[in-house]
Unconditional design. Structure first.
Length: 74
């Protein structure tokens, strides 16, 4: 399993409807610079990682089997 990856649920996709789905679980890639600016690096619908405002997401903890499945799919 990749280190430095966490998960978050999108709670606000206003203006980014093509890139983000509300209530979907996304992989968060660790990025200290982004975090210090109030952003998260998210693997979006295109499969690429982009910066989005951290306020659009809520961090979540998942069971190991779910994490492994999500990382395999991304």
């Amino acid at each position: 399993m990749a280190t430095g990856r966490h998960f978050a649920v999108c709670v606000d996709n206003d203006g980014y409807e093509a890139s983000l789905e509300r209530n979907k679980i996304y992989v968060v890639v660790s990025d200290k610079d982004a975090k210090s600016e109030g952003d998260l690096r998210i693997v979006d619908e295109s499969g690429e990682d982009y910066l989005f405002s951290a306020g659009r997401f809520v961090a979540i903890d998942l069971p190991a089997a779910v994490k492994a499945s999500l990382l395999k799919a991304s």
